[in-house]
Design a binder for this molecule. Sequence first.
Ligand SMILES: *Cc1c(COP(=O)(O)O)cnc(C)c1O
Length: 395
Amino acid sequence: MSSIATQLLHSIPADPLTGAISVPIYQTSTFVQEAPGVNKGYDYARSGNPTRAALETLAATLEKGTAGAAFASGLAAIDAVIKLLESGDEILAVDDIYGGAFRMFTHVYQKFGIRVRYVDTSIIENVLNAITSKTKLIWLETPTNPTLKISDIEAIAGIAKSNKCLLCVDNTFASPALQHPLTLGADIVVHSATKYLGGHSDLIAGLVITREKELGEKIKFIQNASGAILSPFDSWLVIRGIETLHLRVKQHCANAQAVAEYLQTHPAVGKVYYPGLKDHFNHIVAAKQANGFGSVVSFTLKEDTVAAANAFVTSTAYFKLAESLGGVKSLLCHPAQMTHKSIPETIRKVSGVADSLIRLSVGLEDVDDLIDDLKNAFAVIESHANKKRPEAVAV
Ligand SMILES: *Cc1c(COP(=O)(O)O)cnc(C)c1O
């Protein structure tokens, strides 16, 4: 049996019509029928498109599920999963949740009678204590954004099963190169394919993959009924990204580990968050359920202020100041003012997103250059701090 990387590259056959080795982009809205209802498997491109279908099959293979559905964004994918619920149902969600999911749950779905409880799911007892008979969906991200908390997928899948509720894992931060939640008992995986799967910061896309066929059919129904489908061109781009996923993620992880270890040694750094560090709260769980620790590294500054973080994030050259992650070029962001600004300050701080917390998405540049870039930024904030001190001005 060939390796996963080989199988993946060859799981999409060459185009049967022309032999094209790259999946053709079927840029069409409709498909000619021989007679009403007699067609070649496609009738209207919201319901199905061959380029999107190739991506959906590939995504199911990649996540070891039975069905995939591609959406116009990660949030559209999340939206499709929430639409499985009914008024009166409850979601039990990880507290350190992606800001956009929090905004959707609170400002879109609450008014339809869907309630969400947030708990720190990295501690199993919290999940057991918060679950009720109304809980119909457990929502995990592991690692979380941006404090890289790790939750035990297999243990929580067991709790979900005995409570007859669904477990959905947003697997964006690990990517299927590292972690397969469906094989650990989850029912649904969602992705922002905008991140590692696309991998080049050149598209917005989302995926839903299910373990069971029946659930997959429900998602497909919602995809067609609500209409937030991924375009043929963007489907093609995600396929192309996935072809190098395993190779990219391997290097992302190696670079991130080196950056995290460097940060731990720097005197201006407060806390470093990276599941690959031995002192990470759930390092052992992370090592058990994933083949690597990803490329997002967060850290706080000893001077825990927005001003200090601002000075740092505007002083790097290779780490570009931008939201998003998982692309070939390194990025950094300041969650309190960027990705997490829609989360109320008190909730934000309880979940560990301090004023000075900086999130790095470690890219594929040479790691020595990346570490030099961070060194320079530390030197800049150090000289700022010295200038501010009155005694320093006196001498
Ligand atoms: C980016 C992201 C999303 C949202 O995806 P979009 O493609 O931006 O809509 C959801 N979950 C996580 C963990 C993300 O990082």
